[in-house]
Design a binder for this molecule. Sequence first.
Ligand code: ZN
Ligand code: MN
Length: 479
Amino acid sequence: MKNSKYKITIGLEVHAHLKTQTKLFCRCPNRTGAEPNTLICPVCTGQPGTLPVAGEESVLQAVRAALALNCKINKYSVFERKQYFYPDLPKNYQISQYKLPLAENGYIEAGGVKIKIDRVHMEEDAGKLVHRKSETLIDYNRGGAPLIEIVSAPEITSPEQASEYLKKLRQILVYSSVSDCDMEKGSMRCDANLSLNLKESSRLGVKTEVKNMNSFKAVENALSYEARRQEELLLEGKKIDQETRLWDENNNRTAGMRSKEEAHDYRYFPDPDLPPLVVQETVVEEIRKSLPELPASKIERYMGEMGIGEYDARVLCQEKEGAEFFENAYSKLEDKKKGVKKLSSWINTELKGKMNTEGMDFKNIQLDPGSLAELVNLIQSGKISGKMAKDIFEIMWNEKKCPQEIVEKRGLSQISGEDKIEGLCRRAIEENPGLAEKYLTGKEGTIGPLVGFVMKETRGQANPSMVNKKLRQILDGKK
Ligand code: ZN
Ligand code: MN
């Protein structure tokens, strides 16, 4: 879309599953992985004569999410019926919110830009269709599970920014413990609408909605495809049909599914079975106080208080557990000011590299943050070299031992005794007369191989800068 005469406008609707014990309007367990149709009751299967009752836990979680997204919570909100006929929805309507949503007017910062969130509302999930060759089965376990729908303003201007927005959104919801937001498992789903209009025009073009993307990359690819498709049509002078299109991951294209419903197709009206939802100010304030420190302010604090660079701070804060690991280790550093950079680079490169290759995350690693701090302390105090630290880290990882113990047991500590270093250097000179000779005739570069000799002899345990200094001292004395 570079050099195009059109600009892109994207709005995102994200559904996120709330982490709760029970479903939204009944007391069935809210969890996945159970045998089909074992977590159901007359309410969530829409039997006649049953009455829904909104669960407090779901409401509190939704408020928590909305606050983390900087929204204003509405004291009164209303559950409405959204009618449509589909086998995964046994009542023939979904209980959702329409005119008066739970929360409005929030924002997310993505890529340095504030993107407005129009609304966050609560609704129930539908069941799941399982398609087989000649039949379709329905699992109602998911029916009635609590969802929040987060609707962005149409302010996103590129597929990359859309994916950035989603990553931030997921990060915030996961940090606040309201959702797992796993796109592959369906606990976070995204519908995107996209339209093009002329760069100089302020009127939005006809939009299409794209569904069925189950990763951030898929959202980006689908939107890029859709932008190109619309541009081609417009350049040919054709019209864009307002429709819902499905992303076809295997063929890397979107395909028309149905013409897009308008709000009036759903015949929304307030659910007479449910009273308006009232959220008291005191409850809102209590939840606001209980929110954890969110990534944006963490990053700022790491940069300001601890002097960490922006990039490193961002990487440290990617996941809440990672940030907790770092903070825990940081508190055990002997020299915080000098050690913090080393600590953050150990976490961001060595530790995360190891976790990646072994397919682990901060929730299941066995490594104790205190041990990593101890390792950094040992490097800082000169007791071990950086190279030795890497070997010790391997052992820490595999044998779950603390570094001090490893150093003592294996006699690994760095050789930095003056006498010992001197003896080693004298031997290096004796055994490499050629190199020493060259140094004395002015070729100082031969100091490198001499240091290398000592390091090899000591299996890396000698302090290299001391060896360098001592070798020069001895040789210079012979001049
Ligand atoms: Zn139920
Ligand atoms: Mn919805």
